[in-house]
Ligand binder design. Structure first.
Ligand SMILES: CC[C@H](C(=O)O)C(=O)SCCNC(=O)CCNC(=O)[C@H](O)C(C)(C)COP(=O)(O)OP(=O)(O)OC[C@H]1O[C@@H](n2cnc3c(N)ncnc32)[C@H](O)[C@@H]1OP(=O)(O)O
Ligand code: CO
Length: 138
């Protein structure tokens, strides 16, 4: 059901500083232009990492879903994994039948496609994001 790893979400208190760090690792041209996603409460910056991306996320305010994570991890850290799926609604229904909770209804994510998050407690302690992709990630 899950397809390719679309991105690894990395929370950071400063996308400006994290961007410099990743530019030194992947090259300046790999670091995209940061943009705000106010409806998701985050500033986002994608770093091209070959066969996937690193998604740097910085809270826009204290109400951001990333704010709690940074209170627990002030320097930032690995936040979530995002996998592609062909049919998000079918994936949500199948996972629900296995007792895996979705965190709210699908919404539009940073790539402009429908996404949903799954509860970490139901996924072995890992926050998983599912992103609907035309080819289902295969
Ligand atoms: C959508 C735009 C963009 C994209 O790619 O398109 C993004 O990815 S934006 C990413 C930021 N947005 C989100 O993360 C939305 C979904 N997240 C949430 O709803 C919350 O972060 C939530 C519910 C996962 C955690 O909420 P909170 O930080 O308030 O902590 P809780 O005490 O409620 O946590 C409950 C439970 O989950 C564990 N936890 C929390 N965060 C993580 C994490 N990143 N990875 C793994 N586990 C996590 C926490 O330790 C608690 O576990 P417990 O068993 O109670 O110890
Ligand atoms: Co993400």
């Amino acid at each position: 059901m899950f397809g390719r790893l679309n991105h690894v979400g990395v929370a950071t208190p400063s996308i400006a500083r994290a961007g410099e760090h990743y530019a030194a690792l992947f090259g300046t041209e790999a670091v995209g232009t940061p943009f705000d996603l106010p409806e998701q409460g985050v500033k986002v910056c994608f770093v091209d990492a070959g066969n996937t991306q690193v998604e740097l996320i910085e809270p826009l305010d204290d109400a951001s879903p990333v704010a709690g994570f940074l209170q627990r991890n002030p320097a930032g850290g690995q936040h979530h994994l995002c996998f592609e799926v062909a049919d998000l609604d079918a994936a949500i229904a199948d996972l629900a039948s296995r007792g895996v909770r979705a965190l709210g209804p699908p919404r539009i994510g940073a790539h402009g496609t429908r996404i949903v998050f799954l509860h970490p407690r139901d996924m072995g302690g890992v926050l998983i994001e599912l992103m609907e992709a035309p080819d289902g990630g295969h």
